[in-house]
Design a protein around this ligand. Structure first.
Ligand SMILES: Nc1ncnc2c1ncn2[C@@H]1O[C@H](COP(=O)(O)OP(=O)(O)OP(=O)(O)O)[C@@H](O)[C@H]1O
Ligand SMILES: [Mg+2]
Length: 382
């Protein structure tokens, strides 16, 4: 064994010397093979020229076993942290492997016995693998940290926005609601006293619209919503009522409404709350159909399934892109010129207050909003 060991160390010294002699040539060979955008290559070359010698000494130390695994890992962590924002991890790994290729090819061309070559190249490969492993792990740790920070910033921001929305809605709603109720009341009296007076119906309709909007804002503050009276509701009756309420828009947009709801479906809930949800989704569906050139259809279905009551509204309007499916429930998300973007946000909040959930699915043919209501508020015999 003894002579081989002596030989091994001699060959290693020979390999190190040869590599050091070829330093400039090997460096150029590596630089010409790396991946990097053109403008940065010049700048990178300059930087690397300065640290070229250090880099080489580290590779040489690797070959002679003078550098420990923790030291390699530390080096990889340092490089990644310093360059995190500038690097493309795929390119970096590729470039490291080009370095490994240039060095090992050069060693393989040397006049060294295969058995020694194998040991040296195995060592180099192992050290490069440790380096790459640590580099990628650090990169992803740092990248995840950045994502976590951004996510928590977005969440905090979102919470602030919601808190503000709650404050605005509950304060301004009270300011508006009382005078509005008074005007609506006087309008009713006027209608009674002067049944033939023009414009009173229009005023009544517009005041109801305003009241509906205000109620919608009111529901963004949960405390107010919980004060609503809980009553027995027939789903079929409620849906027929909503269809009647939307009669003008249905005719205007020329929509065919198909209702498939059993007579006996009953739940215990706030009538205003549930009406607002279904009406909102219904109005959105009519809006979505406005520019559809073919027949415009809304299908309303309600049925019991797995101890839940499912109420779905589907329309054959344009598909909602996947990336928007969650955003449409965010407050103030709207694609409409005159939209406020709180309709679906309020709907989801109302349904969640019953421990139910509201989801949207959209495929090219149909967009469906499905309300899932839990067992606890269903009073129909199952
Ligand atoms: N059935 C639907 N088909 C396609 N897109 C829809 C549908 N329903 C909602 N959307 C999209 O979701 C967005 C948000 O809806 P949401 O009801 O919250 O607000 P809005 O209708 O824009 O305004 P408003 O506050 O007046 O209801 C809409 O602007 C629209 O882009
Ligand atoms: Mg809406």
């Amino acid at each position: 064994m003894e002579p081989i060991l002596v030989k091994h160390s001699e060959y290693v010294a020979f390999i190190e010397d040869s590599l050091m002699k070829d330093e400039a040539k090997l460096f150029d060979e590596w630089l010409s093979s790396i991946k990097m955008n053109h403008e940065r290559k010049g700048e990178f070359k300059e930087q690397m020229e300065d640290s070229r010698h250090i880099m080489f000494s580290q590779i040489i130390d690797t070959i002679s076993g003078n550098i420990s695994e923790p030291a390699i890992r530390e080096m990889a962590r340092k490089i990644t942290s310093e360059r995190m924002n500038k690097i493309n991890i795929g390119d970096v790994l590729y470039n490291i492997n080009q370095g490994r290729r240039v060095i090992t090819n050069s060693i393989m061309r040397m006049d060294v016995p295969v058995a020694i070559l194998q040991i040296v190249i195995n060592d180099i490969n192992r050290q490069f693998d440790i380096f790459s492993h640590e580099l990628v792990s650090t990169y992803y740790q740092l990248a995840n940290k950045v994502i976590d920070e951004k996510t928590s910033f977005i969440n905090d921001n979102h919470k602030d926005k919601l808190a503000l929305l709650g404050q605005i809605s509950s304060s301004f709603v009270h300011e508006f609601r009382n005078p509005l109720t008074a005007v609506m009341g006087f309008n009713k009296i006027l209608k009674k006293e002067y049944p033939n007076m023009k414009y009173l119906d229009i005023m009544d309709y517009e005041l109801n619209q305003l009241n509906f909007r205000i109620t919608q804002f009111l529901h963004t503050s949960k405390a107010e919503f919980n004060e609503d009276l809980v009553v027995d509701i027939s789903i079929k009756e409620l849906i027929e009522e909503i269809k009647q309420l939307s009669y003008a828009s249905i005719i205007d947009t020329n929509v065919k409404v198909e209702i498939d709801v059993a007579d006996n479906l009953m739940i215990k809930a706030s009538r205003n709350g549930l009406k607002q949800v279904i009406l909102n989704v219904f109005v959105n569906s009519i809006d979505a159909l406005k520019n559809v050139p073919s027949e415009r259809i809304i299908k309303v279905k309600a049925a019991l399934k797995n101890n839940q009551l499912l109420i779905s509204l589907s329309n054959n309007g344009p598909m909602i892109e996947k990336e928007y499916l969650d955003s449409i429930f965010e407050p103030f998300f709207t694609t409409k010129e005159l939209g406020t973007g709180i309709g679906l946000y309020v709907c989801r909040k109302i349904i969640e207050s019953y421990d139910g959930y509201l989801v949207c699915t959209s495929v090219p043919e149909w967009t469906t909003f499905c309300i899932h209501l839990p067992d606890s508020i269903i009073i129909t015999d199952k």
